[in-house]
Design a binder for this molecule. Structure first.
Ligand code: FNR
Length: 362
């Protein structure tokens, strides 16, 4: 672990440690994987305009997210089935997030239950919700998240159907029979059709309600008092609809390039969303964040914080909880250094003119 100097190095270790089918499931994007590459490349089209001779002897990375004080604006995105990466799965991730003083998002499709993750100890946690066809099940999930002390519902809105991840189809991806979706153990996994493309993907996709629409956001508000973040927004039009629907925040996300291919990298879409939000609700970003410099760029473009997905599963596969802790620590250190070298002592001091994007007018 001492040899690891950046987040991306964990991917190579995960590739060695994991069976091909599992590595491919975590790593893949949809179809041509154009957006997958673009999510990383787009960050490199933004350069810095640092300010020199600023006293940066003390740097404060802390911020407030949904009213909760966190140590840094780097949080954990929901990624399904983490026990395929490491036997301690989501619980290891939750402990690492809590140790780093930041937020973890537990997915609906987890191998550890809402309650198990809550019982790992104190921590600020959000619950990612896939709205399933069975609304009683959805209501139960939301109530359980409330009771277990989760602070918000992250409504994933970009997945009426699963994107076509061709590696999963080739590998006939399925979850190990020793694992379950712990949030609903009564579901009959025996129904999975292993002969069909990716059996598991088809099964999960079959549970999700394709008819989900804006009126369901209103419905969700009638069953919970928790704030609702809408995940998967990449346009100004949808941003305005999120605000009208009463969302407490937006996550600019393309699902780590696993859904619609050829959507822009989120860092390219961020400014449009931030402008449309007009400061009424916080805007967060995920997809492609691998460096502290990426985090700084997102903040300069108006994000209130970022979430990371694959770095968590890859570091889990490489070194369990210690790996996730190290990823969070490396990103934190890199963000702190970027701030120091740009002349910013606090997140509030990060401004749009600390960066110049390729698309800015000369
Ligand atoms: C995801 N993501 C995801 N999102 C969600 O809302 N519910 C889910 O169950 C999952 N599952 C999932 C599994 C895996 C293996 C990946 C890689 C991603 C999307 C995730 O929350 C996030 O949007 C992206 O992972 C962010 O992109 P990066 O950081 O992976 O590039």
């Amino acid at each position: 672990m001492d040899q690891i100097t950046n987040v991306s190095e964990y991917e190579a270790i995960a590739k060695k440690n994991l069976p091909k089918m599992l590595y491919d499931y975590y790593a893949s994007g949809a179809e041509d994987q154009w957006t997958l590459k673009e999510n990383l490349l787009a960050f490199s089209r933004i350069l810095f305009r640092p300010q020199i001779l600023i006293d940066v002897s003390t740097i404060d990375l802390s911020t407030t997210i949904l009213g909760f004080k966190v140590s840094m604006p780097i949080m954990i995105a929901p990624t399904g089935m983490q026990k395929m990466a490491h036997p301690e799965g989501e619980c290891a991730t939750a402990r690492a997030a809590s140790a780093a003083g930041t937020i973890m998002t537990l997915p609906t499709m987890a191998n550890s239950s809402i309650e198990e993750v809550a019982s790992t100890g104190p921590g600020i946690r959000l619950f990612q919700l896939y709205v399933l066809k069975d609304r009683n099940l959805v209501t139960q999930l939301v109530r359980r998240a409330e009771r277990a002390g989760y602070k918000a519902i992250v409504l994933t809105a970009d997945t009426p159907r699963l994107g076509r991840r061709e590696a999963d189809i080739k590998n006939r991806f399925t979850m190990s029979p020793s694992l379950t979706f712990k949030n609903f153990e009564n579901l009959d996994l025996g129904k999975i059709d292993e002969t069909n493309d990716s059996g598991l993907a088809s099964y999960v996709a079959g549970l999700i309600d394709r008819s989900l629409s804006w009126k369901d956001v209103k419905w969700l508000q009638t069953i919970t008092t928790l704030p609702i973040l809408i995940k998967g927004v990449i346009t100004a039009e949808d941003t305005r609809l999120c605000i009208q629907a009463g969302a407490a925040g937006i996550i600019v996300s393309n699902h780590g390039a696993r859904q619609l291919d050829y959507v822009p990298a989120t860092i390219m879409a961020l400014e449009e969303v931030v402008k449309a939000a007009e400061g009424q609700i916080p805007v967060f970003l995920d997809s492609g964040v691998r460096r502290g410099t990426d985090v700084f760029k997102a903040l300069a473009l108006g994000a209130s914080g970022v979430f990371i997905g694959r770095p968590v599963v890859f570091s889990l596969a490489a070194a369990g909880e210690a790996g996730v802790r190290k990823v969070l620590q490396m990103l934190r250190d890199e963000l702190e250094l970027t701030m120091a070298l740009s002349g910013c002592c606090s997140l509030k001091e990060i401004r749009r003119d600390h960066i110049v994007a390729e698309w800015d007018a000369p």
